[in-house]
Design a protein around this ligand. Structure first.
Ligand code: FE2
Ligand code: FE2
Length: 197
């Protein structure tokens, strides 16, 4: 199916204005821009990256209770992981909500949205681009992101993803935050792959 990507972008932006805070909307636009730039550098579909980046935080401004009840409503299994991880749920509930709101969008966009917080052991190029773009977009100021930003386009997407993931894990440990068991699985699977390569 031939999609009118510019029309989808405009429609998504109008809808996001009603769902997100001003900061979160600007962050989403910024993730979209960075994702498109990365897609061009790494030979990935630019339109898909642009739209996935724009829509990735669709449910980000929902309260924890709302996220938990939405996850139950959508029968998402991770809801059993408890309320400590409610903040992570916005990726998965958002993915389902986006699929319902924009039924013509290809499933790889929906998957990239679903995987943008806890990642997955088998990240596709588009998944990795959204994960990384979410982290390095220029409006993000916490942490030292310069080393990551400067190697975009110079190293493989997988290396860039692993470095981003490593920074997230370090950040969680330093701040004494919970680490989701799924994130540990992702970490171990990439380390195992690195050892065997
Ligand atoms: Fe997010
Ligand atoms: Fe985000």
């Amino acid at each position: 199916m031939n999609l009118d990507w510019d029309a989808i972008y405009r429609e998504a932006r109008i809808k996001l204005e009603k769902r997100l805070s001003e900061y979160r909307l600007l962050h989403s636009i910024s993730v979209s821009d960075v994702a498109a730039m990365m897609a061009e550098r790494y030979g990935v579909d630019i339109d898909k990256a642009r739209i996935a980046g724009l829509l990735h935080d669709w449910d980000k401004n929902l309260e924890d209770e709302e996220l938990i009840s939405r996850a139950r409503q959508f029968r998402l299994e991770s809801v059993s992981s408890g309320e400590d991880f409610a903040a992570l749920l916005h990726a998965q509930t958002g993915a389902v909500a986006v699929a319902l709101e924009f039924p013509d969008l290809p499933l790889d966009i929906i998957q990239a949205i679903a995987r943008h917080t806890s990642a997955a052991p088998d990240m596709t190029d588009l998944d990795m681009i959204i994960y990384i773009a979410d982290m390095i977009e220029p409006l993000r100021s916490q942490g030292n992101l310069t080393p990551l930003r400067t190697i975009v386009g110079k190293v493989s997407l997988e290396y860039l993803f692993l470095k981003s993931f490593e920074m997230t894990m370090e950040h969680l440990i330093r701040r004494h935050r919970f680490i989701h068991p799924d994130s540990l699985k992702v970490w171990n699977s990439y380390i195992a792959r690195e050892r065997h390569s």
